[in-house]
Design a protein around this ligand. Structure first.
Ligand code: NAD
Length: 260
């Protein structure tokens, strides 16, 4: 039997990039991903792609910073499937600027998507997971959950924060068989990273090729980008956990950029 047969998994930010790959991979193993994204059109396309391959998926419009939208997406999922087994809190953005010039509005926007989004989706799903005595929660962290880089003050702050949230959930959730983990990727070529390459080149006054070689991949063991499949492997490992043995841990998936 497939690892995720019949498992209902809300994946935020699953219309694009890493979240989309996670949704496709869950569906390929029998799971039912709920594609929860700001961009409903793109979410619908991901769901259609899964259905075209014979799987099931459900697209919902959700701004993860909006409590009412999060509650509605979760309620619609419960109305359709009656349960939520897995939450992958993945939606995120990046804004790069030096700390000294960082607009307060951008700081608040980034923290809200990463941290309020993780909190609100977790809270909404937990009620159902606790009742069912089953839940697997995976947060999308980053090497920036462990390490800092210039120009990324709110991102590094938020990604470190997710580790704290995950550890609290590991402690509170255990008696309900709810586990919590963070997956921490290195640089992955998604729209989020493609946008940063010219921005960082301009900020650091170096070429785009130098940003890739000497900033993004400088400390990897093999000069390779992490792939969406690399990240999905780790997320699915935690999402399939048989019990809470791994709960509270985080995994760095970065071609050796950061070694724990
Ligand atoms: P992406 O831009 O390809 O996809 C992000 C998705 O999130 C988009 O579909 C977007 O519509 C959605 N989204 C944005 N704001 C939202 C909101 N408020 N509510 C709901 N959905 C929203 O980005 P990605 O690279 O796939 O990033 C996904 C996650 O992985 C993020 O948390 C990011 O920080 C993390 N991450 C990415 C990398 C990387 O190198 N790409 C590395 C480490 C961690």
């Amino acid at each position: 039997m497939s690892r995720f047969q019949g498992r209902v998994a809300i994946v935020t930010g699953a219309a694009s990039g890493i979240g989309k790959e996670i949704a496709l991979r869950l569906a390929a193993e029998g799971g039912i991903p709920v594609i929860a994204d700001l961009n409903l059109d793109a979410a619908g396309k991901t769901a259609a792609e899964i259905k075209a391959k014979g799987g099931d998926a459900f697209a919902v419009a959700m701004n993860v910073t909006d409590e009412a939208e999060v509650e509605k997406g979760v309620a619609d999922t419960i109305a359709k499937y009656g349960k939520i087994d897995i939450l992958v809190s993945n939606a995120g953005i990046q804004i790069v600027k030096p700390l000294v010039d960082f607009p307060f509005a951008d700081w608040k926007k980034l923290l809200a998507i990463h941290l309020d989004g993780a909190f609100l989706t977790t809270k909404a799903c937990l009620k159902h997971m606790y009742k069912a005595k089953y839940g697997r929660v995976v947060y999308m962290g980053s090497v920036h959950s462990k390490e800092a880089s210039k120009l990324k003050a709110p991102y590094v702050t938020a990604k470190h924060g997710l580790i704290g949230l995950s550890k609290v959930l590991a402690k509170e959730g255990a008696e309900f068989n709810v586990s919590s983990n963070v997956v921490c990727p290195g640089f992955v070529r998604t729209p989020l990273v493609d946008k940063q390459i010219p921005e960082q080149a301009a900020e650091l006054k170096i070429s785009e090729a130098d940003v890739i070689k000497n900033v993004m991949l400088k400390d990897t063991v093999d000069g390779q980008f992490t792939t969406t499949d690399d990240v999905a492997d780790a997320v699915l490992f935690y999402a399939a956990a048989r019990n809470t043995v791994h709960s509270g841990q985080s995994a760095v998936v970065s071609h050796g950029w950061f070694m724990q």
